[in-house]
Design a protein around this ligand. Structure first.
Ligand SMILES: Nc1ncnc2c1ncn2[C@@H]1O[C@H](COP(=O)(O)OP(=O)(O)OP(=O)(O)O)[C@@H](O)[C@H]1O
Ligand SMILES: [Mg+2]
Length: 481
């Protein structure tokens, strides 16, 4: 479980990167310290050799025979020995310095007292030096108890008038440098893994507290099923991605809940609406079957059965149409439609109905209001809205249909002087099966306006309603031209 968590992955990656960085840093640190220390030691050896050369030089100057020539060799050996004797064995930097002076035959003529034995020149090294080059080298000398001492050596041939007269050899043990470096190595060896482990632990702790809200979210999300879509997951007030994730998730739940409740409600409504005509049908058929009847009686019963079947048919047709609008791939048969011609036709058909109810039906429409639309659906739109206006307006009232053009839109307005819709009900009139209490006695299923809205939306238009109880209702539809 832990190994599959983001926490583990982050920490692992983090520790790997940290280890690599620290490792490179350590190598760099170690290397540069080593170079620094070696350079320091080399400088020290060089200046020591230079100092000895200078001192010998000054002594010899004072004792040069009159009229030129070389100082006598006996005297040279004496001052060389004297010099290395008085020479400080310990440098201020506490490095033990070993000094030896050789003649050009490679014989040791003087040396400091701090060496166990005279360090002789290997042959090939001496040949190098005879060529006149000073050089650095490293050496082991054997100490008692099988110990070895590693020395850094500087060898410098000294010339007078282009002739080599002696060789100074200055050496210092590398122990100080080595132990400093070993100390550093040890510190790094211990420190590096320790740092990685400590930061890893700290990282685990931090990641754990940072991701705890996610664990909480997972736990509360687990409890949500289709049965309790009202549950919400806990939203941490952390103002970060996790809060936004929780909020987004809750919004999604809200939408799902709405869709689910809608579906449930819809099924209930459909069942309810279908049940009434089906119950009536069943009752009529049961009555018909109770005893033998005359042809006229059967005819009457069958006719009334047919009426119920027609109602059922209408409901199913309307539902099918609504369902087709829910299909994302709904194909509208888009053609140029001349709205006033279409409206005039529908109104001609509806006029009969209006007349029967004692209503006046007026139409004012400009010519040439063309839109690109599916003609059948637009006819349906007019039918449903005019049907409502006629249905919900009392005798003596007025229904008016008008058509206008505005920039980019065709505007259809259908108004009546009917009963109106109370303000509190306005938000629901487009819902499926919604009917005002007082409209229940009239024919209808409450599907007309939901179909109208679907048609308007499918044509990327807008629908608005204004209504005053007792005064009338006005629907305004804008369809893009
Ligand atoms: N012009 C109007 N005046 C007053 N009330 C209206 C008007 N149009 C719609 N309504 C109210 O809104 C409800 C929903 O209308 P809708 O057209 O969707 O259903 P319906 O007319 O009852 O049935 P259907 O159209 O399916 O035959 C109606 O029942 C009615 O109460
Ligand atoms: Mg209607």
């Amino acid at each position: 479980m832990f190994f599959k968590s983001i926490r583990f992955k982050i920490i692992l990656l983090y520790m790997l990167i940290l280890s690599a960085t620290l490792f490179i840093f350590s190598i760099f640190l170690y290397d540069s310290l080593k170079q620094d220390l070696s350079a320091n030691l080399d400088n020290l050896l060089k200046s020591k050799a230079g100092g000895i050369e200078e001192s010998i030089d000054t002594y010899l100057e004072t004792r040069k025979p009159e009229g030129g020539g070389k100082a006598d060799p006996e005297y040279f050996i004496k001052i060389a020995q004297h010099l290395v004797d008085v020479e400080e064995v310990y440098d201020p930097r506490l490095v033990k310095i070993i000094v030896q002076i050789f003649n050009i035959k490679g014989e040791n003529i003087a040396h400091t007292k701090n060496i166990p034995y005279i360090i002789t020149f290997p042959k090939e090294l001496f040949d190098e030096v005879l060529k006149g080059r000073s050089r650095f080298d490293e050496f082991y000398i054997d100490l008692p108890e099988n110990k070895k001492l590693r020395l850094r050596i500087f060898i410098k041939p000294v010339f007078e008038d282009k002739e080599m007269i002696y060789i100074v050899q200055v050496a210092a043990p590398l122990t100080a440098i080595n132990s400093t470096l070993n100390g550093l190595k040890l510190i790094l060896f211990v420190l590096l893994p320790l740092t990685v482990i400590i930061t890893g632990l700290a990282g685990a702790f931090l990641a754990r507290s940072a991701l705890r809200p996610v664990d909480n979210m997972i736990n509360s999300a687990r409890q949500i099923t289709t049965e309790n879509l009202k549950l919400r997951i806990h939203t941490p007030k952390s103002n970060d991605e996790i809060q936004r994730l929780a909020e987004t998730f809750n919004e999604l739940l809200g939408r799902l809940d709405k869709a689910f409740t809608g579906q449930k409600q819809f099924t209930q409504d459909v069942t309810h609406e279908l049940r009434t005509p089906l119950t009536i049908l069943r009752g009529q058929i049961e009555v018909a079957l109770k005893r033998p009847r005359s042809g006229a009686e059967y005819g009457k019963i069958l006719r009334s059965c047919l009426e119920e079947i027609n109602i059922l048919n209408k409901i199913v047709e309307n539902l099918l149409m609504l369902a087709s609008f829910e299909d994302k791939d709904l194909k509208l048969e888009i053609k140029p439609v001349e709205l006033n011609v279409l409206a005039a036709k529908v109104i001609k058909d509806m006029r009969v109905l209006a007349k029967k109810k004692g209503l006046s039906l007026q139409f004012t429409g400009k010519e040439g209001v063309m839109i690109r639309a599916d003609e059948n659906y637009i006819r349906r739109l007019f039918l449903n809205l005019i049907d409502n206006a006629v249905k919900y307006t009392q005798a003596g009232g007025k229904v008016a249909v008008s058509l206008k053009k505005t920039a980019g839109f065709a505007v259809i307005r259908i108004s009546d002087t009917g009963a109106g819709i109370p303000k509190k009900d306005l938000p629901y009139i487009y819902n499926r099966f919604f009917r005002l209490e007082k409209s229940r006695s009239s024919e209808g299923f409450g599907l007309g306006l939901s179909i109208v809205r679907s048609i308007v939306e499918a044509h990327k238009g807008k629908i608005r309603v204004r209504s005053k109880t007792g005064k009338g209702t006005e629907f305004t539809i804008q369809l893009p031209r």
